[in-house]
Design a protein around this ligand. Structure first.
Ligand code: FAD
Ligand code: GLY
Length: 369
């Protein structure tokens, strides 16, 4: 007999795991089907910055959504610890978004429009981080842009969901979804299952399901290569950030250094040239990394959409099929708000109208928007 659920989630990255957690907590009988292991794809490659300000630059719907999700993490730290026993390793230092040129300075000073971004002079930057590289003209300091450990968050969501009654199937790729008037039938490598609702949350690999379900939306991989080093010698409390490059100090004493942006590359292996480029940029921010021992190098695929915004919402013709994919550079940041939004839609609870419009699956994308 086929297993029967209220909701099946396709994909066990941080987005699928957050959705499962929020649904199971609300008493919805949920299953997650994951091709491989929970949190091992883009989620496992991420630095974990909750960079609402660092990644947005300007006010608007995306920033408001990002900010709501960032705030939700404050509650989740204790909640996930209690429900799953897992510490998501929030690091409180914040981000210093550095200016090395006049044009950087002009752009960053405009960020004052965003709440909680504070402009610091060069002297103030060096006072806070004495080992920062030469030539800094100032920085935006964003105390609220903390970071977490992405795999811990994903595993905490998944375990929290299990504790609330969800089934999580690993090594169980979904092959097809047949929409039905009663239940949808989901065929996986581990057998068939049925559910009243299906949520597509399979990151950059979601395109195949959009197509199966009659929506012509493309997903583009943007490969990011990173490395980590052991910082045994110098103090670094805050994340240093410049021109898409960052140095993130983890609680373990490691620094995560990232990341390249390679559009259209589906390979998940880091290349020497990519790692070399990341090191070169990072050395301008923190020359001391030259003396640090390499821990590991890796790569992951950011799921980008036509306009850079995620699809979060219902299928336009079948409201019991939902999408939550395409979180590009910010899936870790946006996971809590995405999980809540999808859960509220499934439970027919109110959902912010502006967010629904901005992220709906059948929007007309303004390319590069
Ligand atoms: P994924 O984590 O890729 O999960 C999708 C899952 O679906 C995978 O586990 C996959 O195996 C599964 N799947 C695919 N096909 C199927 C199928 N047919 N059946 C079942 N399962 C399937 N974001 C931030 O907010 N902060 C950061 O600091 C940050 N840093 C980043 C650094 C790098 C180098 C990269 C690459 C990304 C970074 N991101 C960051 C972005 C973030 O990692 C992604 O936006 C986020 O992980 C997307 O989550 P996801 O669950 O949609 O995708
Ligand atoms: N948000 C950081 C990255 O995508 O590299």
């Amino acid at each position: 007999m086929k297993k029967r659920y209220d909701t099946i989630v396709v994909g066990g990255g941080i987005i699928g795991a957050s959705i499962a957690y929020h649904l199971a907590k609300a008493g919805i009988k949920t299953a997650v089907f994951e091709s491989g292991q929970i949190g091992q794809k883009a989620t496992g490659a991420a630095a974990g910055m909750l960079g609402a300000h660092a990644e947005c630059d300007k006010p608007g719907t995306f920033f408001e959504f990002a900010r709501a999700s960032q705030q939700a993490y404050k509650r989740l730290i204790a909640e996930l610890k209690q429900t799953s026993g897992i510490d998501i390793k929030r690091h409180n230092g914040g981000i210093l978004k550095l200016a090395f040129s006049e044009s950087d300075r002009e752009r960053l000073m405009k960020m004052g429009e965003l709440d909680s971004a504070e402009w610091l002079s060069a002297e103030e930057v060096y006072e806070k981080e004495p080992y920062a590289g030469k030539g800094i003209l100032g920085a935006n300091f964003i105390q609220d842009d903390v970071h977490v450990e992405p795999v811990s968050v994903c595993r905490a969501f998944a375990k929290g969901a299990r504790m609330a009654g969800a089934d999580i199937f690993e090594f169980a790729p979904v092959i097809s979804i047949e929409p039905g008037s009663g239940a949808h039938v989901v065929t996986t490598a581990a057998g068939k299952a049925e559910a009243e609702h299906v949520v597509i949350a399979s990151g950059v690999w979601s395109g195949v399901f959009f197509k199966q379900l009659g929506l012509n939306k493309r997903f583009y991989p943007v490969k990011g290569e990173c490395l980590s080093v052991w910082n045994d010698g110098i103090p670094l409390t805050r994340t240093l950030y410049h021109d898409h490059c960052y140095i993130v100090p983890r609680h373990s004493g490691k620094l995560v250094i990232g990341a390249t942006m390679k559009p259209g590359d589906w390979s998940e292996q880091p290349e020497l040239g990519g790692i070399e480029a990341v090191i070169k940029k990072a050395k301008t921010m923190l020359p001391e990394i030259e003396n640090m021992k390499i821990d590991q190098c890796w790569a992951g695929l950011r799921p980008e959409t036509e306009d850079g915004n995620p699809y979060i919402g219902r299928h336009p013709e079948n409201t019991r099929i939902l999408f939550a994919a395409g979180h590009f550079r910010n899936g870790i940041l946006l996971a809590p708000a995405t999980g809540e939004m999808i859960t509220n839609m499934i439970l027919d609870r109110p959902v912010d109208q502006t967010w629904q419009e901005a992220f709906k699956a059948d929007r007309k994308e303004a390319v590069g928007g």
